[in-house]
Design a protein around this ligand. Sequence first.
Ligand SMILES: [Zn+2]
Length: 339
Amino acid sequence: MRCNFFLSGALLLFIAGINQVSIAQSTRSGPKIRTIIVDAGHGGTDAGARGTYSTEAEITLKLSVKLDEILRRELPETRIVMTRKTDIFHNVREKAKIANDQKGDLFVCVHVNAAMPIKHKEFSHFKTVTYYKGKGKSRKKYTRKEPVYRYWTTPNPMHGTSTYVFAADRADEKASGLLNEERYESEAEIVDVPDPKSTEALIAARLWSQKFFKNSVKLGTLIEDEFINIGRKSQGVLQRNHKGIWVLQATNMPAVLIETGFITDKEEEDYLNSEEGQNELVRAIANGVIKYKQQIESRQSTRSDSSATSKKSTPSPVPEKQKSVQKPVAVMPASKKRN
Ligand SMILES: [Zn+2]
């Protein structure tokens, strides 16, 4: 009898112990986004796109340092890891490795875009061209008029933002034909990157998509919405599959690549280099990231709340913010699609 009493006492203590553990776990299970990777595009030998007086690599570093500061300040419990803090070069494989080794929950890649100058051609005048026909005595001189054209370029007025998400099944010729126009890619970004159309790469990309595509679009949409709020022209979230964004699906986490503006547009180059412009852009990105984190985590805590305690119940079944995310994702314009 005494022995039984002792045993049941021990059992009670044991159960109490389990309860404590499970309570501790349920409160700890809140933050799902523990580590955010901030990747400053290009760097070192890879300057990225060039403007008239600045380079992409300089701007992405400044933006990323500022983004790191805001996120550290406003998400004190989240670890923020930068892939580079100085002007050094990593190839995209190294960047993905850093993100994965650091066990990131989110990969935020900061870039600056560039657009090719616009080529113009205009008729100038006719010139007289002399030519000969026949041989020996029958050789005769002829002349004909040929048009002369004037060629020149003007800066491309493309401006504004876009956020790229890797979409496994966009590996068609049409898409790749469009890429050079729409996004600046440096040689370093695409060298040594597997062909996205290869079977091996497609399988890997599809696996990534199943796990992370939806949340990547969610994050991209939140960031682009923030850009619109500060008055930036937004091309929205672009789903692509090309070498230049290969790094996104090489990370083991939702990932976006943000083109913050066009360095080839005079006004935007100034904006991207200004303290005010950088602060505005980074504020918008941080807002998007923070909203994403809140949405992901509130969804999780709603689930664990219903099974665990009644103390911390969430009143609304669908948070208001979540509804706005369900917007259709911007795809390439119809005119370009036909090419
Ligand atoms: Zn870039």
